[in-house]
Design a protein around this ligand. Structure first.
Ligand code: SAH
Length: 483
């Protein structure tokens, strides 16, 4: 981040604008949304600015710029059509440590002005550090269309209620929960939809009851939300997962959770890595269970974030049993499991009228080479045709899986694919058959996490990958390899 975003309080503060043309006028219109004292240095003004000067909204100094105009100024904007003058203003402002913007000139500017969505007191600012102004404007338009018009009214009402709530709810964590309930509740919906007039002077009195009611319903105890983070691409998070991430006081996450997903969590949430790391200390399942219970009992809102779906080879069930035993409230948010994510991004339909009428998810992580612990797996069933079998955690056991399948009747020509780092920018797909895929995976140096998909549907990858926009990364990689 080369630019640090801040909101500057300009009420009553002197701001200098050099230039009196249309460009200056646009910036001045923006500045006047605050109650800054705008002083304009320009021999002449366009009619719009002249009117503003006549009305006393701005002060006009009808002269060329000279450095003493900067004395005592909080902020300066150079908006003349002469680069030399703008550069001179910028240099002088820099010398005095006055933040300066030269309109449309990133090099000369100390600060740049973002695109804004104004729902005062709520203001959303969007910037691209000057790299892509058109993209920034697009984003602004999208935000504009989805932020309710009366958002500002709601924020003002909240501002009015703040002192009361602060006095009534001492604990900051409970207070935050009050506000979350408040903004999710009917009162807020009524203000946003215009059914309640937030500016009505009687409103704060009338809502006292509603507030008391919300205060009563804010729970003191913590809770755990068990959240499926999906296979990596943050675009695959559900809206509920996103909300849980943003409401959490503490986040316990696994190794499989991608950095991009974690990045969406509330900034000040505590993050605890309970994943196994190569060489790092491993947190046992019992320790995780105990930690979840303890944190919730301290009144924290805990987000337990797991790769994929928490109930598919995620030991989510065990964690919930521990929570239930301790009487801790919980919630489960399902996620896109690796099989669904990898298949979509690799162009492999998991079922297909011609090739697969059923689908099996199985763990490839069974106990020993000699086959102990294998008993629980029905290899006869997995070896049958007309189905797709997805092996989670199977990478370390490819040879054994393939030899088992063959020993139980699968032909060596049966197609299979491995998807490494599925749905992420680094995704790779290796295809083959039961006869050669293990060898190919070794040659390609496939690493964990990787998913093994066995079945004729994997042959579709060849055709579908070229048109599959979700797999754009892996396709472009392959194009490079074949070119
Ligand atoms: N609960 C998870 C699975 C956890 S088991 C889910 O629903 O997806 C861990 C195994 O999942 C890994 O060994 C690998 O086989 C698979 N896996 C998880 N994320 C993956 C990814 N992005 N790409 C490929 N395989 C993945």
């Amino acid at each position: 981040m080369d630019y640090f975003p801040i909101f500057l309080r300009l009420a009553g503060e002197p701001v200098l604008v050099v230039g009196g043309g249309a460009v200056a006028e646009r910036k001045i219109d923006l500045l006047l949304r605050t109650s800054a004292q705008v002083r304009v240095i320009a021999p002449e003004l366009v009619p719009g600015l002249a009117e503003r000067a006549a009305a006393g909204e701005i002060t006009h100094v009808a002269t060329e710029f000279s450095p003493e105009h900067l004395d005592g100024v909080r902020l300066a904007i150079a908006a003349t059509d002469k680069r030399a003058i703008n550069a001179w203003v910028a240099r002088q402002a820099e010398r005095r440590n006055i933040p300066v913007n030269v309109v449309d000139d990133r090099e000369l500017s100390r600060f740049i002005v973002p695109a804004i969505v104004d729902r005062s007191p709520v203001v959303v600012a969007v910037g691209s550090s000057g790299d892509a102004p058109v993209l920034t404007r697009r984003l602004r338009e999208r935000l504009e269309s989805f932020l309710p018009q009366r958002l500002g009214a709601l924020a003002k009402l909240a501002g009015k209620l703040r002192p009361t709530i602060k006095a009534r709810i001492e604990d900051p964590a409970r207070r935050r929960r009050f506000w979350e309930n408040f903004f999710d509740g009917t009162l807020a919906a009524d203000v946003l939809s215009g059914r309640e007039d937030a500016a009505d002077p009687e409103l704060p009195g009338r809502i006292a009851d509603a507030v008391a009611q919300i205060v009563r319903t804010v729970p003191d105890s913590g809770e755990v939300v068990l959240v499926g983070a999906g296979p990596g691409d943050p675009g695959l998070l559900t809206l509920r997962a996103l909300r849980a991430l943003q409401n959490a006081d503490v986040i316990l996450y696994d190794r499989l959770v991608s950095a991009e997903v974690l990045d969406l969590a509330r900034r000040d949430a505590e993050r605890i890595n309970v994943g196994k790391t190569a060489g790092g200390a491993q947190v046992s399942q019992e320790e995780i269970n105990t930690l979840l219970v303890q944190l919730a009992q301290q009144g924290k809102r805990v987000c337990r974030l797991k790769g994929g779906d928490p109930f598919i080879f995620g030991r989510g069930g065990e964690e919930l049993e521990a929570l239930a035993a301790a009487g801790v409230r919980f919630e489960v948010v399902p996620g896109v499991t690796a099989a669904a994510g990898c298949a979509a991004y690799a162009g492999i339909p998991l079922t297909h009228r011609d090739h697969a009428q059923s689908l099996v998810f199985v763990t490839g992580h069974t106990k020993s080479e000699a086959g102990e612990g294998d008993d629980a797996i029905d290899w006869d069933q997995l070896a049958r045709p007309a189905q797709t079998v997805v092996f989670y955690m199977g990478l370390g056991q490819l040879e054994r899986i393939f030899s088992r399948l063959r020993a139980h009747g699968a032909p060596e020509s049966r197609a299979a694919a491995i998807v490494e780092q599925g749905t992420r920018a680094e995704q790779r797909v290796v295809t083959g058959t039961l006869a050669d895929l293990a060898q190919k995976a070794r040659e390609a140096g496939v690493q964990s996490p990787a998913l093994l998909i066995v079945g004729e549907v994997t042959r579709l990858h060849e055709t579908l990958q070229w048109f599959n926009a979700t797999a754009a990364y892996s396709v472009s990689k392959q194009v490079r390899l074949t070119a």
